[in-house]
Design a protein around this ligand. Structure first.
Ligand SMILES: Cc1ncc(COP(=O)(O)O)c(C=O)c1O
Length: 389
């Protein structure tokens, strides 16, 4: 049996996805296909490195040395064709934490920040939680695929101080093309808007797709951009809390470093540090196999959810992430009824689209980073439920 086919019991491991069902869905009786982590073990090399580190048994303060920085710059170069310098890197426990710090560093209270909705829920809190205001460039759904309304994008740039980009985009699954990124970046330069680019899903693109870091497009764009990356989504290491920030511009980097220090973040934890290094040094083969598995899961779920429901469900065409964005508008339910239907009738634990902004209603987000058998079970439950209507 392949490593991506094995079913692991994650219950009673303090897993958010598996052990938080009752508080989130008010029942334990749902198949969890929500929060974005995977039901796969990390690469063997990562687990071996963590075991070796645990065998040593001393967990004192840990440095981020040249080897680790080099493994990151190599990764970004090899996987994303972007040459970065080691001293452009800063570190933080997570991308969300970094976004909080970036918003505090590069904007002032009451400033406005542009986002493309529907979008990853914490973006809202990262902005509003610091007394900044959200401005929306709503993504346009046309022919089952999301597009950017560039006229609106430019109009909105005139009133904001920062643009928070989600690239690839969670939840709609777009891997933005070089052309789209170039256009967005040039407009941000024209209106002097800083780009905060969350690229945590960069590695999780379907085979044949290409992720372009927006800051890699030109030196001017790099100068205007802060990029957030992490091995956590890629290798299922979210609980180990290790991420990094890439800032080419020295003044911006210094300002951000000051903020990181003020908040006490200037190193990685020992296990996160160990896992990051092992993953980047030895995880490529695992990742490429994973991407094939995710694509198979996407194809399978898309076909069945659409065909077996007679088109009542429509899966949005996507190029990356392992999140399926399902248009449920033909079920004619409001968001409360839809949520209740998925929990009580289908018995699946999905994320409600409305949580990503009102533009996400009536969609559901389904996490397909699990063995095929679980995907089959989840799809089957949804299909049967829809066909009872
Ligand atoms: C777009 C995006 N950014 C950030 C995160 C979380 O990052 P972290 O766990 O490093 O805070 C996620 C997790 O799903 C995500 O989808």
């Amino acid at each position: 049996m392949g490593i991506f086919e094995e079913i692991h019991d994650r219950k009673n491991t303090r897993s958010v996805k598996w052990d938080m069902l009752k508080p989130v869905f008010q029942t334990d009786d749902v198949l969890p296909m929500w929060v974005a982590d995977m039901d796969f073990k990390a690469p063997q090399a990562v687990n071996d490195a963590l075991k070796a580190r645990a065998d040593h048994g001393i967990y004192g303060y840990t440095i981020i040395d040249e080897d680790i920085k080099k493994s990151i710059t190599n990764w970004v170069e090899n996987r994303h064709n972007w040459t970065i310098k080691q001293d452009w890197l800063s570190f933080s426990p997570g991308v969300v934490a970094s976004l909080h710090m970036a918003v505090q560093t590069f904007t002032k209270p009451h400033d406005k920040v542009l986002i493309q909705t529907p979008v990853y829920t914490p973006f809202y809190k990262v902005i509003e939680g610091h007394d900044r205001q959200i401005v929306k460039n709503k993504l346009q759904l046309k022919d089952n695929y999301y597009h950017i309304d560039f006229a609106d994008f430019e109009e909105k740039l005139k009133e904001v101080q920062a643009f928070m980009l989600c690239s690839p985009h969670n939840p709609v699954g777009r891997v933005w093309t070089e052309e789209e990124l170039q256009k967005m970046a040039e407009l941000c330069l024209k209106h002097d808007v800083i780009i905060l680019s969350d690229e945590i899903h960069a590695d999780l693109i379907y085979p044949g797709q290409k992720h372009v870091p927006i800051a890699s497009l030109s030196a001017d764009i790099a100068n205007q951009t802060i990029t957030f990356m992490s091995p956590s989504k890629t290798f299922n290491l979210a609980g180990l809390q290790a991420s990094y920030i890439i800032t080419a511009n020295e003044d911006k980097r210094n300002a951000l470093s000051e903020q990181l220090e003020k908040q006490g973040h200037h190193m990685l934890n020992t296990m996160g540090n160990t896992a990051l290094y092992a993953a980047y040094e030895h995880g490529e083969e695992w990742l490429d196999e994973l991407r094939n598995v995710l694509k198979e899961n996407q194809d399978y779920a898309t076909e069945l959810l659409e065909e077996k429901t007679g088109g009542k469900l429509q899966v949005i065409r996507s190029e990356g992430t392992y999140l399926l964005w399902i248009d449920c508008s033909k079920l004619n339910m409001d968001k409360t009824a839809l949520k209740k239907f998925m929990i009580e009738t289908a018995k699946v634990g999905l994320n409600a689209g409305a949580d990503y902004g009102e533009e996400g209603d009536p969609f559901m987000r389904m996490n397909l980073a699990c063995p095929k058998q679980i995907v089959e079970e989840g799809v089957d439950r949804i299909v049967k439920a829809v066909n009872t209507l």
